[in-house]
Design a protein around this ligand. Structure first.
Ligand code: SF4
Length: 261
């Protein structure tokens, strides 16, 4: 039977549809097998990344042990030549009352804290000292916004800045939800806590951890099942700052009051 013109064009359309279906399906199969991010490739790249890590460092701050003495802030300044008026780590004091939360951090807690005034002390339900610093996030927004790749995440968990490449544009300073970055007023480049990378790679602890007289700051290797940080985190009573930001901090807090998370 002779086909009409519209039948012929229908057949052509169908053939084209079939061809496209087959093409898309073959491309999808290739993607599934070879491209990281597709199912199989992603799994392979994740496993490879895990195996390539010798260590996976983590930091713990136990709020119940912090006395706000400031030795950690002083040790950090000495170790890292931190200029006046900027901080790689600092301590905030939270006085929680029924009327609200009063927060102060005179000189970043460098010289400790004066007692709170009598009126506030009367109203206080409790007071806590909360040390802060870069959280060495798993998904660091500061790294994502750097236009030249000067800041990066190492496989072992450090978020670092290569000052040779930093333009001092401060995009990373704005992107950090924790206020952990600043532009170094002397070197004019982005700066922040490095977990004392230069010490850790020589087998030493970060200066602030070594200086803490109460053991409120701990640092260790999550790859070592016997490490103190591993044992503490396995107990499960930890939280991180601003979990809703989904940055995946690897600085974990023990005893952080619900009101100040
Ligand atoms: Fe970056 Fe801020 Fe996270 Fe540190 S705490 S890794 S500076 S986003």
């Amino acid at each position: 039977m002779k086909k009409s013109t519209s039948d012929v064009s229908e057949l052509g359309l169908e053939a084209r549809r079939n061809f496209l279906k087959q093409f898309v399906s073959s491309v999808a199969t290739v993607l599934m097998v070879y491209v990281p991010g597709a199912r199989g490739g992603h799994e392979v790249s994740r496993l490879w990344k895990q195996r390539s890590r010798e260590h996976q460092w983590a930091y713990i701050i136990d709020i119940d042990k912090c006395i706000g003495w400031g030795g950690c802030v002083r040790a950090c300044r000495r170790e890292n030549n931190v200029p006046d008026a900027v901080f790689r780590t600092w301590i905030e004091r939270y006085v929680v009352t029924d009327e609200g939360i009063y927060v102060d951090s005179p000189k970043g807690g460098l010289e400790g804290f004066e007692p709170v005034d009598a009126e506030l002390r009367e109203k206080a339900k409790y007071t806590r000292f909360i040390p802060k610093m870069c959280n060495h996030c798993e998904n660091p927004p500061c790294v994502q916004v750097c236009p030249v790749g000067a800041t990066f995440k190492s496989p072992e968990g450090f978020v670092l800045v290569d000052s040779k490449y930093c333009l001092g544009c401060a995009y990373c300073v704005q992107a950090c939800p924790y206020g952990a970055r600043f532009i170094n007023p002397e070197r004019k480049v982005s700066d922040k806590c490095s977990w004392c990378y230069h010490r850790v790679k020589r087998g030493k602890l970060p200066a602030c951890v070594e200086a803490c007289p109460t053991g409120a700051r701990k640092f260790g290797d999550l790859k070592d099942p016997e490490s103190e940080v591993n044992k503490i985190l396995r107990q499960g009573h930890w939280t991180v700052l601003q979990p809703a930001m989904h940055t995946g901090p690897t600085c974990f807090y023990i005893g952080l009051p619900r009101e100040v998370v």
